[in-house]
Design a protein around this ligand. Structure first.
Ligand code: HPA
Length: 258
């Protein structure tokens, strides 16, 4: 893949992928440049409302960031290889740390919508992998870096922001789950459910990046509330919670995230 020279020259240190409704991190960034995905060969365009489809380069809390504002999902009909193209690009740009964020439904009733969950582990239930095509037997025993996670949890405590820890189940979508599927996911050990992140995390680990993952718990998973699920609720709750995550991130960086 050809890395645009503007990205190469910026030398990003940390990458972050912004999920549904979390675009406001972009406003907190001291932005130097915008690179639309359309300007990069191989990079697919997202078709989802709330996903912008561009990289931002900028400084935040003293670190150089490359921000993927908008991602492409498997449910848009793209392959696992294609949806992780942006991760390979960010890895090629030289980052060592990748922060993945997403919107997720919550099924653990000790948690609640409107709060954040740090990913301890995941269930890849998409039925596919970005590593298909070869004998890439990558170790997945610690996808989400525990040191990074504990630094974020300490920062959240310092900001008096609730940050749960749990297991994220990544499904194909695009339909939301049935109540029976949610009961099944609970038995499998999931705390939250969504349609992204797991493939990106697998790709990032295969490239040796340290990964942190965070779910904005935007709604009760199907069957846990009387309300039908809506994408608008996901976007609105994500937008309301995004500011708190930006504070946690800033505190973690000021404390010396490493
Ligand atoms: N299920 C799957 N994906 C989601 C959900 C959900 O309840 N909420 C946000 N993304």
């Amino acid at each position: 893949m050809k890395l645009p020279s503007i990205i190469e020259e910026f030398k990003p240190e940390i990458g972050i992928v912004l999920g549904s409704g979390l675009g406001s991190f972009a406003g907190a960034l001291d932005a130097n440049a915008v690179v639309p995905y359309s300007e990069i060969d191989d990079l697919p365009q997202s078709t989802v409302p709330g996903h912008e489809g561009r990289f931002l380069l900028g400084k935040f809390a003293g670190k150089r960031f490359i921000v993927a504002q908008g991602r492409v999902h498997l449910y848009e009909g793209r392959s696992a290889h294609v949806v992780t193209c942006g991760i390979r690009l960010m890895a090629a740009s030289g980052i060592r740390i990748l922060i993945l964020t997403n919107a997720a439904g919550v099924l653990n009733t000790d948690m609640r919508p409107g709060e954040w969950m740090a990913l301890k582990d995941h269930l890849n239930l998409t039925g596919t992998s970005p590593l298909l095509g070869g004998a890439h037997f990558v170790d997945m025993s610690m996808v989400y870096d525990s040191e990074l996670r504990h630094q974020f949890l300490a920062a959240a405590a310092a900001c008096e922001t609730i940050m749960f820890e749990g297991v994220y189940a990544g499904l194909l979508g695009p339909q939301y789950e049935t109540p029976a599927e949610i009961r099944m996911l609970g038995i499998l050990g999931a705390d939250a459910v969504g349609m992204s992140t797991v493939l990106e995390a697998i790709q990032a680990r295969a490239l040796g990046l340290r990964v942190a993952g965070f779910s904005c718990l935007t709604n009760w998973a199907a069957g846990l509330s009387q309300e039908p699920l809506s994408h608008q609720e996901v976007l609105d709750t994500g937008a309301a919670a995004a500011g708190r995550f930006v504070n946690v991130l800033e505190t973690a960086l000021r404390n010396g995230l490493d």
